[in-house]
Design a protein around this ligand. Sequence first.
Ligand SMILES: *Cc1c(COP(=O)(O)O)cnc(C)c1O
Length: 415
Amino acid sequence: MSERTMFPAKGRAREELWAALETMRDGDADWRHGRVPLYVFGSLPEVEAVGRDAYAAYFTENALGARRAFGSLARMEGEVVAMSLDLFQAPQTATGSMTSGGSESILLAVKACREDARRRRGDAAFRGNLVLAETAHPAFDKAARLMDLPVRRVPAGADYRADARAMAAAIDRDTMMLVGSVPCFPFGVIDPIGELSELASSRDLWLHVDACVGGYLAPFARAAGHPVPPFDFALPGVVSMSADLHKFGFCPKPASVVLFRDQQRADGAGFDLDVWPSGRFRTGTLVGTRPGGAVAGAWAVLNYLGRDGYTMIASRLIAMRQAYVEGIEAIAPLRVFGKPDLTIFAFGAPGLDMAGVAKGMETRGWVPGMISRPPGMHMMASLLHEAARADYLADLSAAVAAAPRIQQDSVSAEY
Ligand SMILES: *Cc1c(COP(=O)(O)O)cnc(C)c1O
């Protein structure tokens, strides 16, 4: 067992620490050259610089104090939310907040839905259930566990998209929320939000659209001429949305938004308490102290890129995804699962040991993204992956050639 690190008795010199920070990274995966298929999202070097500089400019300010001390942050947060409401075609009644990420945005939407259901049913202990496709993000279950709510995961269709009919069949009198993803994380396909919106309206249910990963990409892919089905507040059944600025919004972490169709349904997301000696304590979101830098960074990046900048990037991203998909499908017997709508995709092949392929990629210096049902590899491609494509495909081809073939009947029945 290694010795536990002791709390330093004396401070150390900055130069020494800087050198340590630099060398500590030596063993990290080479994300700058596209070797990491998730966690980091790159666009253009100048966008990264704009986000970083804006973050640094508001490094010390605390967004918890936006109302009372930092009018700058209140204004920037308000503008980020307003710009996002505009992007997602929300009515003028709509509102929202910046949060620390998709998980927090989803948690707040689930909480707001629960409070709304409790208010409408006049039952302060009501524990309504959530109906979602098996492809929806685990953040819904995380939120549900925290609030002790039941979750019903329903199999997706053969195209890996949420199956609105199967979801309808899972609804009962205690159902309060339906979820659709834009796109889902495992396969990168956009759920039929139009059908889910109709279902939600006809059953008087709350539809949450989880556009965490695709929210700041899908509208611009559409603007660039690629087919993207309706998915936002233009659909009347959509009550809330989550969209991560720190994914394909290319803003510094931690930054996301949660948006609500109207103030009444947003109310339940907030927190307001007056029991302690310091007086009334109010927060719109879950966390208390929040980095001012994340607010300034998001504000700066959205304004730096604008619709035209994001559309230009989306256009490059979709062309890149297409090239990856074609390159992967040129390697027999690999097949991409479904028809990815944006730049997330997964692939595999029955009879091929995909864990072996992943191992082969790992030994060639790639962090392999994985998917388990069906067994395959996964990638969330940003512009960091553009220049890496030829090397990736060459190594993938070699890894596939070296991977063992396995018995067809030992492959998951999911195929
Ligand atoms: C990333 C992601 C989330 C969670 O977001 P975090 O920022 O990691 O908390 C939720 N839903 C989808 C579809 C995602 O891709």
